[in-house]
Design a binder for this molecule. Structure first.
Ligand code: AHG
Ligand code: MN
Ligand code: MN
Length: 362
C-alpha cells in the first residue's frame, strides 16, 4: 500500500501530522495493524510524524533507548549478577538495588547527552541534576528509573515512570523549572518490564499510545492508539496494599468493604506501573491512600503521581489525591514544593473513583 494509506490504516493523520492532531485518530483502543512485515511504525517514526518537534522527538527517543537498555538489564539480571543490593540508600532512605542504580545511570546518561534536557529529577538522586549549558535543551524530566523495587529479585514485573516539562525561563535550568503543577506537563509515560516490554506515552492534549518492544528488531512498535478505559468502568477490580488498612480513613475503608460486598476481585502486583497498566486496560481502581502512619501517602508526586494522573485522565479516568491536607484534590492540580514530595493516589475508572469521592463528600 502507499505510505499514506498505510498511515491512514494506523489512524495517523499523515506522515507529518502536526503535534496535537491526534483528535483525528480512531477512537476506542484501536489496535493498529502491524501485520505488515515490510513496514514498521517504530517509536521514532511515530514521534517524528506526530510531534513535528525535533527536540521533543529526540528527547522521547532517548527515553525509549533508556527503557530498552533497562529492559535488557532486567532480562539478563540473573545471568549478569544484577540481582541484589547495591549497598546504598536513595533520596527517600530506601535501600538501593543494583538494578535501581544501573537503570538510574542509564536514564541519566541518555537524558544528559540528548541535548534536549536542562533539569533532571530522579527518585534515586537527592538533588536535581542540572545539565551543563553546552548540553542543555528545552525540557526537564522527572523519572523513577525502576519502579517496583520489591519485585526486582523475584522476576515480577517492574517499570519506569517519567514526566516531561518544557522550560519556561531562559538560561541554565533551576529546580523551579520542574517544581510546577501537573497541569504544565507536556508529556508523560511509563514502560513496563513484564512478560513483554511495553511503552505507554501520552502528550498533553493528545491520546495515550501503546508501543511494544520487538526484541528481535530492538525497536518499540506502535500497537494501540488513543487508549481509553473500558466503557462503563470495565472489570470490577480493586488494587491496594490492604496491609495498610488499619491506618486508612473511613471513606477508603468503607469503599474497599463495599467492593468486597459487590463481587470485586482484589489484584495487587505491588509495582505501580503494572497495577496502573492493568487498571487502564481492564478497568477498576488503584489506591495508595494517605493513612495515619503516612499522612502524605507513599508515592511521589513528580515521578509517580503526576505522570500516571495525566495518562489516566487522558484515557478517560480520574486521578485524585483523596483526602489530603484537608481537602480532596485533583492530583494534577497539586503544586509540589519539594522534588521528592509524596501524595496519596486514587485513580481509575470514573465509575469507581467517583464512589470514593462521594464518600468523602458525604
Ligand atoms: P519504588 O520501587 O520506585 O520505590 O516504588 C514502589 C512503589 C510502587 O511501585 C508501588 O505501587 C508501591 O511502591 C508498593 O508499595 P507497598 O510495598 O507499600 O505496597
Ligand atoms: Mn516507584
Ligand atoms: Mn524506583
Amino acid at each position: 500500500a502507499a505510505p499514506e494509506a498505510a498511515h491512514a490504516a494506523r489512524g495517523l493523520v499523515s506522515p507529518c501530522a502536526p503535534f496535537g492532531l491526534a483528535a483525528n485518530m480512531p477512537k476506542d483502543n484501536m489496535q493498529v495493524e502491524n501485520m505488515d512485515e515490510a513496514d514498521f511504525m517504530t517509536l521514532g517514526r511515530w514521534l517524528m510524524g506526530n510531534t513535528k518537534d525535533m527536540e521533543l522527538t529526540i528527547l522521547m527517543a532517548q527515553l525509549g533507548l533508556a527503557c530498552k537498555a533497562t529492559s535488557r538489564a532486567c532480562a539478563k539480571a540473573g545471568i549478569a549478577n544484577l540481582f541484589g543490593m547495591a549497598g546504598d540508600q536513595n533520596s527517600s532512605g530506601d535501600d538501593q538495588k543494583k538494578l535501581d542504580v544501573l537503570s538510574n545511570d542509564i536514564f541519566i546518561s541518555a537524558l544528559v547527552n540528548s541535548g534536549a534536557c536542562s533539569v533532571l529529577v530522579s527518585e534515586e538522586n537527592e538533588e536535581p541534576i542540572i545539565v551543563p549549558a553546552e548540553k542543555a535543551g528545552r525540557f526537564c524530566v522527572a523519572f523513577d528509573p525502576l519502579d517496583g523495587s520489591s519485585n526486582i529479585d523475584c522476576n515480577v514485573s517492574t517499570g519506569t515512570i517519567f514526566a516531561v516539562y518544557e522550560k519556561t525561563t531562559p538560561g541554565i535550568g533551576t529546580t523551579a523549572d520542574i517544581l510546577r503543577t501537573g497541569n504544565d506537563i507536556v508529556a508523560a509515560g511509563y514502560c513496563m518490564y513484564g512478560a513483554a516490554t511495553e511503552l505507554v506515552i501520552c502528550f498533553k492534549g493528545s491520546g495515550v499510545e501503546r508501543f511494544a518492544l520487538d526484541p528481535s528488531l530492538g525497536e518499540f512498535i506502535h500497537t494501540h492508539t488513543n487508549v481509553q478505559f473500558p466503557e462503563g468502568g470495565g472489570k470490577k477490580i480493586y488494587s491496594c496494599n490492604e496491609g495498610n488498612s488499619p491506618n486508612w480513613d473511613l471513606p477508603i475503608l468503607d469503599y474497599i468493604n463495599w467492593c468486597k460486598e459487590n463481587q470485586y476481585a482484589a489484584r495487587y502486583v505491588g509495582s505501580m506501573v503494572s497495577d496502573v497498566h492493568r487498571t487502564i486496560l481492564y478497568g477498576g481502581i488503584f489506591v495508595y491512600p494517605a493513612d495515619k502512619k503516612s499522612p502524605n501517602g507513599k508515592l511521589r508526586v513528580l515521578y509517580e503521581g503526576f505522570p500516571m494522573a495525566l495518562i489516566c485522565e487522558t484515557a478517560g479516568g480520574i486521578a485524585s489525591t483523596g483526602m489530603f491536607k484537608g481537602s480532596v484534590q485533583r492530583m494534577l492540580d497539586l503544586v509540589p514544593t519539594n522534588i521528592h514530595e509524596r501524595c496519596p493516589v486514587i485513580l481509575g475508572s470514573p465509575r469507581d473513583v467517583n464512589m470514593v469521592l462521594e464518600r468523602y463528600r458525604s
